[in-house]
Design a binder for this molecule. Sequence first.
Ligand SMILES: NC(=O)c1ccc[n+]([C@@H]2O[C@H](COP(=O)([O-])OP(=O)(O)OC[C@H]3O[C@@H](n4cnc5c(N)ncnc54)[C@H](O)[C@@H]3O)[C@@H](O)[C@H]2O)c1
Length: 424
Amino acid sequence: MNRPSVAVFGLGFVGLTTALGFADKGFSVRGFDVDGGRRAEIAGGGIPFHEPGLGEALARVIGKTFFVADDAMMAANGAGLCFFCVGTPGRPDGSADLADLFSALDGVLGARENARGGGGVADDCVLVVKSTVPPGTLAERVEPYVRSRGAVNPVAVNPEFLREGRCWEDFIHPDRIVCGVTDDLAKSALAALYAPFGAPIHFVTPNTAEFIKYLSNSLLATLISYSNEMALLADAVGGVEIARAFRILHEDRRLAGAGIDAYIYPGCGYGGYCLPKDTAALGALARSRGFSPRILEGVMSLNAEMPGFAARKIERAAASPTEKIGVLGLSFKPGSSDARDSPAARIIAALMADGYRNIYAYDPLAMDEFRRVYAPDIVYCASARELCETCGTVALVTAWEEFAGIDRAFPAVDFVDCRYFLKG
Ligand SMILES: NC(=O)c1ccc[n+]([C@@H]2O[C@H](COP(=O)([O-])OP(=O)(O)OC[C@H]3O[C@@H](n4cnc5c(N)ncnc54)[C@H](O)[C@@H]3O)[C@@H](O)[C@H]2O)c1
């Protein structure tokens, strides 16, 4: 296969980046999202979230190699590969909710069943799951489902390792591509598609590909919880310069330069869309197979307690529950507008549960998203300066670069540095 055309289902962080990335490499790409507002925004040249590089990429390819389709059938029509990039959120028991994946598959399988004459999805179109799905999903759930619909299409799984805030850079310059395949057609289609990226391509069993993604996210979560536990321990011992201790640790030549230092550093717990739900899904999968993952359980339970630790620290600094408390940073990490499962939300909820109701907040990018998702009864400030002029106690919850040195600019404010970012 030379220049396969591609359909992408789900135009969020992963799907839109994937669609624009393949389109920028010259492949013909059609994207579809169930959210009509999102489709219209992208078709009009807008990016629905903050991600450097995506706007420029969209401007380069829209109407040339990238098109937004009005329905799933139109997107899938004639594609050589269909990529599924929909969300896989956590259920209350921690397991992954695959409802969006199966509904996106239905759209394509419907296109196949409705195909008359020249239209629809060809039998050799490769159905590729890019969403993060627990090991066993392709072999035990997706493939049987596709076959139960009478389709013979090859299926594959191709986990994505991009980081929010760097989606474009990570996608265009991947360090490795992982593909779980069982047949040669899927392998050759994926090899042709990824050839222009110049990264090693690993063809492995579907279970291996799915497992590698969880292996990666569980390790990152473990490093964060390890760092948080050590910081709490150091606090209990007393006299330890925690931020300096970690920065000196990073100079170890076994760690330096690996880009891992961001994860080996204490804070107020990991958040965002991926680490919480993926560690929970792996834990749920392990338990369902009769194995109790002790380290992973510890990683998750410490993380669940972190907002409480942060809230107690803030409460100790505040004179009384009626004092105005400022929260600097609402996104789950700097450089992102994403507030999904943000530690800020859990810290604010813990403060409110303890009777602290005068809460003010500021974030450079995530305030609209935060307001929409959590709708807490707090006051939003127009700037970090306004917040520091209003509140006597200010908690730094997201380490945005623009907050560096703010403690020196407002010496009268009592700063609670939940990210070990301001001092030391
Ligand atoms: N966000 C990340 O940093 C990241 C990194 C690697 C992997 N992942 C994984 O990739 C997947 C997607 O994550 P995301 O952050 O891009 O999610 P997202 O919420 O940003 O985007 C998902 C999109 O899918 C759309 N959608 C839902 N059902 C659909 C359907 N039936 N057909 C078409 N579109 C549909 C939604 O409207 C939404 O726009 C998840 O499994 C996630 O774990 C995410």
